[in-house]
Design a protein around this ligand. Structure first.
Ligand SMILES: Nc1nc2c(ncn2[C@@H]2O[C@H](COP(=O)(O)OP(=O)(O)OP(=O)(O)O)[C@@H](O)[C@H]2O)c(=O)[nH]1
Ligand SMILES: [Mg+2]
Length: 311
């Protein structure tokens, strides 16, 4: 990963880092030796950084065992052990193989306002810059203005948008037409936008399941990617959202948006840990280039406030 990726991830994590690494520094300015109290304080710090109870316990147990074995006795060694354990968690999620025949169909899901439509716009821009052909589908037919918002992105990046008029259109019918169009036009990518809210959460999940069934009637292994967009500023709430969507759609990846505005970036770790689904991208702003591939090393360095060398 180049410097730009690190810098953007690092900048986006500034709030999370301000809390976490300054907390670590404060902890070590009070003492030089690692003892039970240090680990208790660290535990509180990890919970406060939104790493969640399960992950925090795993980190503290790993650290405590290393302290007992006398492998860890100072801040540098402690950070190294934290880094190693965090990377272990973040790297266990399996990235699905990219073995597919075009069009690659990607379904974006997530509750309202998390950044689905914006992430689609950013991803479309990125794909276009790689000279790929892209089609967008406005299958959020619930919120008035949703299709218009996607159309604006379509115009901006030069991608056609499949939509049905009116707010009572059937989202699965839009998805079906979009897949037909993607096949007929032989595009490389079809990105499907969905609603974040229907009358009830139950309806939303049922609608997503139906959409997936309808899409797979035309391309058996589609949608190839089912990406959940989560808003980093919501912290622990993101975890329960992820569990709900995972049940309904068996996700293949996560986009964590709004990392730029969040002090809760640590939430990535328990989400990956509990779902075993990889984070593919992070959103670090509202403009076209603000979607960057997730890089676990850069993320952990950003979290721990490490200096990065070698660029
Ligand atoms: N700062 C920041 N803002 C973002 C990011 N991603 C999205 N946003 C903003 O978040 C707001 C909601 O984004 P949308 O893309 O409309 O969210 P959505 O999930 O499609 O929302 P619904 O269609 O209502 O379900 C917009 O104002 C976006 O500009 C990000 O990474 N950083
Ligand atoms: Mg939207």
């Amino acid at each position: 990963m180049g410097f730009k990726f690190w810098k953007k991830t690092g900048d986006a994590l500034s709030k999370t880092r301000a809390y976490f690494s300054s907390g670590l520094d404060a902890l070590f300015s009070r003492k030089t030796k690692i003892d039970a109290e240090t680990l208790d304080d660290l535990e509180a710090l990890l919970i406060g950084a939104d790493l969640g109870v399960t992950v925090t316990r795993r980190l503290i147990e790993a650290l405590s065992a290393s302290v007992d074995r006398k492998e860890v006795s100072d801040l540098v060694a402690l950070k190294a052990k934290l880094r190693e354990t965090l990377l272990e968690i973040l790297n266990t999620a399996i990235v699905p193989s990219a073995n597919f025949q075009a069009p690659l169909v990607t379904l974006f899901v997530g509750v309202n306002g998390v950044g689905k439509t914006t992430s689609i716009g950013k991803m479309a821009a990125q794909l276009k810059s790689e000279h790929k052909t892209v089609l967008l589908a406005a299958a959020d037919t619930f919120r008035a203005g949703a299709a218009k918002q996607l159309s604006i992105w379509g115009e901006r990046v030069g991608a056609e948008v499949i939509q049905h008029p009116g707010t009572d259109a059937d989202p699965s019918a839009v998805a079906y037409d979009a897949v037909s169009a993607a096949l007929a036009r032989k595009v490389d990518h079809l990105l499907i936008d969905t609603a974040g809210r229907l009358q009830t959460k139950h309806n939303l999940m049922e609608e997503l399941k139906k959409m997936i069934r309808v899409i797979s009637k035309q391309i058996p292994d589609a949608p190839h990617r089912k990406i959940l967009v989560l808003d980093a500023t919501t912290g622990q709430n993101a975890l329960s959202q992820a569990e709900h969507f995972q049940k309904a759609t068996s996700l293949t990846g996560i986009v964590l948006s709004k990392l730029d505005g969040s002090g809760k970036g640590g939430i990535i770790v328990p989400i990956v840990e509990s779902l075993s689904v990889p984070v593919l991208y992070v959103g670090v702003g509202e403009s076209m280039e603000d979607l960057i591939p997730f890089d676990a090393e850069a993320f952990v360095s950003g979290l721990l406030g490490d200096e990065v060398t070698g660029f």
